[in-house]
Design a binder for this molecule. Structure first.
Ligand code: ADP
Ligand code: K
Ligand code: ZN
Length: 433
């Protein structure tokens, strides 16, 4: 099923035309209404007249998270505050939070794009969807909520937390969809297994998982543990929140709703566009946003784009899995390490739980790299040599995937913290020095 066939399956030439019209409009809008963008464009010696089609996008300046911080809280708004009907904020990693504002139209576009995602997962007005993303300033909860209402489904607005009750209501209300982070889904799955309620008594069929990077192996794990189809939903506060893109039934890339959010992939160092299909940093320009448009916003997310028509019939460009944010990448003893690589290895090995914590430090001028893991109960043993053999096995596997050997620490079953939102997988003590 397709929510907006005209747009989602639009001929690519037609789409370029639509994007061109919209780009011109948004550039006019920010030039006249946001001093920040006008100044940047003037510094580059360009005016809105230089932007005649979508190809001209590369003439425009980039925007980065720091720009939002420097203009905190409302400096990037392109409309008077009387037009702003909602604020959201993201915690970010350091310093001031960033704030975004939405007009009524921005909110309606947001619920439109989430509706496209939910429909692509096979959800309809006959389904109830439990929204277990956090509600509040975080965009996850309210974003998914509006999408479910838009398709006419029944929202179960749980927010995150209170895990026992989540399970109970999911069971009693017959939720067919679950929207939350993949790490919370994993925790919910674990809780269901421990609750003694047979999985067959749940109606759950579809997971809408996102807000953090996750791997194909994690998909398999969640699908099997919850007996569902697990789909990706992608987004970021600066652009609109969840729903910037979503997977279809083919589970072969995340369709980006490029009539509203124009994607580019650039080399994160040179900032030049990379050849089609190559990995780089994802950059978005919002083509229709009124409240706080973003021009060539650098997401820091590393991925690639696929322009071929999808088997589902949609022509909307697809994004490959996000390897991670460039901020998540650690350089350990000179080697680039992403937490998603660790996750992927753990999920391949039946002996281990998918929960982990990476601890990095610097001792005697050398990086230390520890991975704390839990052994599954059926593999856990009191015999030292068995545990040592397991450690060796996983250390060797990690080395072959990551390129350096970690020090593996097996911790007590269920002792690693379970996450109800975005999981925190890394403690890098080097940053404290
Ligand atoms: P914060 O910066 O505080 O985490 P956001 O909630 O706006 O704020 O997070 C957006 C980021 O979350 C994205 O830039 C991306 O790194 C990550 N993210 C969101 N959805 C996905 C997804 N489906 N897959 C991978 N990463 C995702
Ligand atoms: K207002
Ligand atoms: Zn598709």
């Amino acid at each position: 099923m397709i929510w907006n066939e005209t747009i989602e399956c639009m001929d690519r030439e037609e789409m370029r035309k639509l994007q061109s019209i919209r780009l011109k409009r948004v550039v006019e809008h920010v030039y006249h209404n946001t001093p920040f963008y006008r100044k940047k464009m003037q510094e580059m010696g360009i005016t809105p007249d230089d932007i005649q089609s979508i190809e001209d996008i590369s003439k425009l300046p980039f925007t980065v998270k720091q720009d939002l911080r420097d203009n905190y809280p409302f400096g990037l708004m392109a409309v008077p505050m009387s037009e702003i009907v909602r604020l959201h904020a993201s915690s970010g990693t350091t310093g001031k939070p960033i704030v975004v504002g939405y007009t009524r139209k921005d909110l309606s576009i947001w619920s439109e794009v989430v509706a496209r995602c939910l429909t692509a997962y096979g959800l309809t007005k006959n389904d109830s969807v439990q929204v277990s993303y956090g509600y509040g300033l975080f965009t996850g909860g309210l974003g998914a909520h509006a999408g479910v209402e838009n398709i006419g489904g029944t929202v179960i607005p749980m927010s995150s937390g209170n895990t026992q009750k989540q399970i109970q209501l999911m069971h009693d209300f017959g939720a067919k969809g679950l929207a939350c982070t993949p790490s919370y889904a994993l925790y919910l799955a674990e809780t269901i297994h421990n609750s003694g309620i047979p999985l067959e008594e749940f109606q759950l069929r579809v997971g809408a998982f996102g807000a953090e990077p996750w791997t194909e192996n994690m998909r398999k794990e969640l699908e099997q543990k919850l007996n569902i189809k697990a789909y990706d939903i992608y987004g970021l506060t600066e652009i609109c929140g969840p729903g910037v893109g979503g997977e279809c039934e083919c589970q072969n890339g995340t369709h980006l709703w490029e009539d509203h959010f124009f994607p580019e992939i650039v080399d994160p160092v040179t900032l030049q566009p990379v050849p089609e299909g190559e990995q780089g940093e994802l950059v978005f320009t919002t083509l229709t946003k009124e409240g706080m448009p973003m021009i060539r916003y650098r997401t820091r997310d590393l991925t690639h784009l696929i322009y071929e028509k999808c088997e589902c019939g949609r022509t909307a460009v697809r994004m490959g899995r996000i390897l991670g944010r460039s901020d998540d990448m650690m350089i350990i003893r000179g080697v680039n390490v992403f937490p998603s690589q660790v996750e992927s290895v753990l999920l391949e090995m039946p002996e281990f739980e998918p929960h982990y914590l990476i601890v990095v430090d610097r001792v005697n001028n050398t990086d230390t790299f520890q991975i704390q893991v839990e052994v599954r109960p059926d593999y856990y043993s009191d015999e030292m040599n068995k545990m040592i053999a397991l450690k060796k096995k996983i250390a060797a596997r990690m080395q072959s995937v990551i390129g350096i050997q970690p020090d593996i620490k097996i911790v007590e079953p269920r002792s690693l913290e379970r996450s109800m939102g975005k999981a925190k997988h890394v403690i890098d003590n080097r940053k404290l020095v």
